[in-house]
Every structure is written in C-alpha cells, then in structure tokens.
Design a protein. Structure first.
Length: 110
C-alpha cells in the first residue's frame, strides 16, 4: 500500500501548482484500488511578491511526511529539486483524480 497526496483546487482533478496549493487530498492506493483518507490544509509555499519560501516547503514536507509521493499539475524546477533532495517523490500529472489514481495503480507507479 502507498499513500499519495494530491494538489487540487476543486477536489476532483489534479489541477494545482505545488506552490499554490492550499490543501492536499490524501489517498491510500493498493493493487485493489484506492481510498480517500482526508484533506490536509496547507499554506501556499509560493507568494507572488516573495517568491519561494523554503520554510513553507519544509512545512508542507512535514504535513505530508507519511505520504510516499505528491501529485501536482505543475512544480517549478527549484521547488522540485528541493523536495527531491529531501526524499519527497513528486509527479507532474493532470486529469481527474480518479483517472490518475487508476493509472498509477494499473502501471504500478508507486
């Protein structure tokens, strides 16, 4: 079983940029399917006037510390490198949450 965090603005699609995400939906996935666990509120890591705030990146990493991967529509190179250096797997994907999770299960990605 794996746990995934998904950046979404509407709860239905993977459609949020990592740095703009105000919440993440958390799912457990296995070969048999997936289960919604909870919504976790976050403070957006990127502020338009301030740019990246690694303190906020660290808070998101801590918030999602039990997750095996984070799925986002988009993430900047600097943010992706920061997360990867800290052992966080990040995937850029788009589409419905249901479709993306089914694809991850079918392809045994996580």
């Amino acid at each position: 079983m794996s746990r995934l965090a998904i950046a979404t603005s509407d709860g239905f699609a993977v459609n949020e940029h990592f740095g703009h995400a105000k919440f993440f939906r958390v799912y457990d996935i296995s070969n048999d399917g997936y289960d919604f666990i909870e919504v976790r509120d976050a403070v957006a890591a990127c502020q338009q006037t301030l740019g990246h705030d690694t303190t906020r990146f660290d808070k998101i990493i801590e918030l999602l510390s039990d997750c095996d991967a984070v799925l986002v529509q988009k993430i900047g190179e600097g943010a992706a490198a920061y997360l990867i250096e800290r052992g966080v797997r990040v995937f850029e994907v788009s589409g419905s949450i249901d479709g993306v999770l089914k694809k991850f299960i079918a392809d045994r990605i996580v």
